[in-house]
Design a protein around this ligand. Sequence first.
Ligand SMILES: *Cc1c(COP(=O)(O)O)cnc(C)c1O
Length: 380
Amino acid sequence: METTSQFKALDERYYMPAFSREIAIVKGEGSKVWDADGKEYIDCVAGIAVCSTGHCHPAVVKAICDQAHQLIHCSNLYYVPHQGEIAKKLVEVTGMHKAFFSNSGAEATDGALKLARVRTGKKKFVAFTHGFHGRTVGSLAVTHKPAIREPFEPLGMVKTFVEYGDVEGLKKVVDNDTAGIIVEPIQGEAGVIIPPDSFLEGIREVCDKTGAVMIVDEVQTGMGRTGKWLAMQHTKVQPDIVTLAKGIASGFPMGALVAREGLEFKKSEHGSTFAGGPLACAAALATTGVIEKILPDVSRKGERFARGLMKYHPRVRGLMIGITVGDKCPDIQKKCAEQGILVNCAADGNLRLVPPLTITDAEIDRVVRVIDGALGPVML
Ligand SMILES: *Cc1c(COP(=O)(O)O)cnc(C)c1O
């Protein structure tokens, strides 16, 4: 097997340098991963909130392998094995009406924007500062961060950004020509920013008043991450469209949108060669089965993190944890990795932890000790 330096040599010569990275992960089991040189880590990145059932959960591995032996791909020209079953499951756990699949979070955003446009006949969107919705041309248009969006403007979408949390500002820009408002219920890439419930309630009211579609991006917060299937389920607000991806299939690429009654694509309005294929649907179905069992424990585990890291004022909702660290964040990330803990820095110097939902109490305690050791000298 290759060593880390062999990975590095090939990467530097042949792969476009869009990422900065130093570790080569070659194996995973539960909350643990191993690098190419045999070093063990507890993984609080989990593929960026993707490997929610832990790495290589036996039920997920079995579902993918069994399906691979039967049929890997067939096209949406035909009924697809497991597609209806996972659609039913997602509709049930989200309280929505119908589902549609994609291959990623960005494509789920694109689908939601298209659905809002085609059913309202309107063109304008409103999104929020520091929001992240993906990097395709459509989803990037409603992603705020100027550094990643502006080099590619004009992106073919009429949109306005409003300060995250500012309902009054929102009221000023939404009108009868607004197709939709897209929002993360907790901002993930921005560093785990949790708004007051009144913000999401305010968006709902504005949508009800103007006919704009309320699109809630739960790509990162969904599928049990915050202790409920959706972060929105911590509030009383029912969105019109919810997008999902990251944690949906334990690392098999998949995205989805689920929408309320009356909001659906009609013949030929949307589609995809790969989306909702047999392997993805089998992986997602196995994943939801595992999440169902571990979901009751997620909030308690989050509280264990919150107690352990209290002196650093963490923002915690289930197993989505952010700590404002500042400029030193990359140093902290590196120090934790040296001590066998993977964490990462989201925007603006915010340390982010999104471990597998299966993480054990003993693993949480070990992570807390290492982070405390790394943060203490810098922040206290
Ligand atoms: C990661 C993310 C996306 C984009 O998902 P991809 O699968 O990378 O395209 C969209 N929205 C949110 C909130 C995300 O965290």
